[in-house]
Ligand binder design. Structure first.
Ligand code: NAI
Length: 329
C-alpha cells in the first residue's frame, strides 16, 4: 500500500500532477496539501473511478501533519513560479522558506518517504531539503531527488524534431548538471539510439534545451511557467520511483542528487570538481537511488566545455541553499 502526498497540490503543476497520481494504480492513498483550495481539488479528483483514496488538507487543524503521516512518497511543487524576465534563482527568497518548512514536516512525520523536489530553484532547494533532513538526523540521500525530468523530456522532444524522429519517446538522452539555464547539460553525443544532428544545429539545440522554460514563460505572458509539461515530467519521475519501489528493475532516470550519499556518486563527484550535488542518470530500486551512473567520462570536447560552465554556476546555487539553512538554524 502506497500513500503519496502532493504539497502545493492546488497550483498550476500541483493539480494536473495530482490528477496523474490519482490515475496511477501504484498509489492507494493520495493526500493533497496546499495553503488554498485543496478541499475542492480533492473533492473533484475523488470522483474519478480509480482506487486511490483522495483527501485534501489546508494548514489549519494540523493539515500538513495529516497529509504527511504514513507517506511513502512526497512530491513538492509548492512555491512561486517565474514571470517573464525572471531567472529561477530570483525565486529563491520566497521558495527557500516554503521548502524548508515543508521538509521540516517530512522530517517529523514521514522521514522515510521518497522526497521529490520540483520547487525552484531546484539547484538550491534540494540542498535546502538535505540540510533540513540532516539537522533532524533523518537524511537518506538515496531518497531525496531534485526533479530535472522536464529537461530530459524537452531534450527528447526538441532532438526528435531536428532528426525527424516521429516518436520522441524513442530517444533517451542523458541530461546532467542542474536545472536552470546553462547548468543544464544535455549529453547529445550519448543519445540512444544514436542520432545524427547536423553540426550547425547542435549549439541551437543545446540552447533550446537549456532555456526551453523561457519559451513557456514568455508565451504565458505573466501567467506563470511550465505546468502541464512539468506535471507530465514530474509524474514520469514519480512513477519511475514507485515502479522501482514495487520491485521493477532496470529503471534509470536523470535526477539531481546528493552525490556523497548515493552509491557510485563518489565517481561523479571527482569528475565535477568536488560538487556535492549534480544531476546524472540514476538507477532506481526499492530503497530509492541504487546507483549513480557516470556519463561524464564519455562527454565530447564540446560537452566538457558546457560542463565547466555548469559546474561554475552550480557551485554558487548549492552554497546558497546550504547557507540559507545554516543561517536560520
Ligand atoms: P503555482 O503558483 O501555480 O502553484 C504553486 C502552489 O504552491 C500554489 O497553489 C500555492 O498556494 C502553493 N503554496 C505556496 N506556499 C505554500 C506552502 N507554504 N505550502 C503549500 N503550498 C504552498 O506555481 P506552479 O506553476 O505550480 O510552480 C510551482 C513551482 O514549481 C515553482 O517554484 C516553479 O518555479 C517550479 N517549477 C519547477 C520545474 C522543474 O522542472 N523542476 C518546472 C516548472 C516549474
Amino acid at each position: 500500500m502506497v500513500k503519496a502526498a502532493v504539497l502545493g497540490a492546488a497550483g498550476g503543476i500541483g493539480q494536473p500532477l495530482s490528477l496523474l497520481l490519482k490515475t496511477c494504480s501504484l498509489v492507494h492513498e493520495l493526500a493533497l496539501y496546499d495553503v488554498v483550495n485543496t478541499p475542492g481539488v480533492a473533492a473533484d479528483l475523488s470522483h474519478i473511478a480509480t482506487p486511490a483514496v483522495t483527501t485534501g488538507y489546508l494548514p489549519a487543524d494540523d493539515g500538513l501533519q495529516k497529509a504527511l503521516e504514513g507517506c511513502d512518497i512526497v512530491v513538492i511543487p509548492a512555491g512561486l513560479p517565474r514571470k517573464p524576465g525572471m531567472t529561477r534563482d530570483e525565486l529563491f527568497n520566497k521558495n527557500a522558506g516554503i521548502v524548508s518548512a515543508l521538509i521540516t514536516g517530512v522530517a517529523k512525520w514521514c522521514p522515510k518517504a521518497y522526497v521529490l523536489i520540483i520547487s525552484n530553484p531546484v539547484n538550491s532547494t534540494v540542498p535546502i531539503a538535505a540540510e533540513v533532513l540532516k539537522a533532524h538526523k533523518v537524511f537518506d540521500a538515496r531518497k531525496l531527488f531534485g526533479v530535472t525530468s522536464l529537461d530530459v523530456v524537452r531534450a527528447s522532444t526538441f532532438t526528435a524534431e531536428i532528426v525527424g524522429e516521429k516518436d520522441p519517446r524513442k530517444l533517451t538522452i542523458p541530461v546532467v548538471g542542474g536545472h536552470s539555464g546553462d547548468t543544464i547539460v544535455p549529453l547529445l553525443s550519448q543519445t540512444t539510439p544514436p542520432v545524427s544532428i547536423p553540426e550547425d544545429k547542435v549549439a541551437g539545440l543545446v540552447n533550446r534545451i537549456q532555456f526551453g522554460g523561457d519559451e513557456v514563460v514568455k508565451a504565458k505572458d505573466g501567467a506563470g511557467s511550465a505546468t502541464l509539461s512539468m506535471a507530465f515530467a514530474g509524474y514520469r519521475f514519480a512513477e519511475a520511483v514507485l515502479k522501482a519501489h514495487s520491485g521493477e528493475t532496470g529503471i534509470v532516470e536523470p535526477t539531481f542528487i546528493y552525490l556523497p550519499g548515493v552509491p557510485g556518486g563518489a565517481e561523479v563527484l571527482k569528475q565535477v570538481g568536488g560538487l556535492e550535488y549534480f544531476a546524472v542518470p540514476v538507477e532506481l530500486g526499492p530503497g530509492g537511488a541504487v546507483k549513480a551512473t557516470n556519463p561524464l567520462i564519455a562527454a565530447s570536447e564540446a560537452e566538457k566545455k558546457l560542463l565547466e560552465v555548469a559546474i561554475a554556476g552550480l557551485k554558487g546555487n548549492i552554497a546558497k541553499g546550504v547557507e540559507f539553512v545554516q543561517a536560520s538554524s
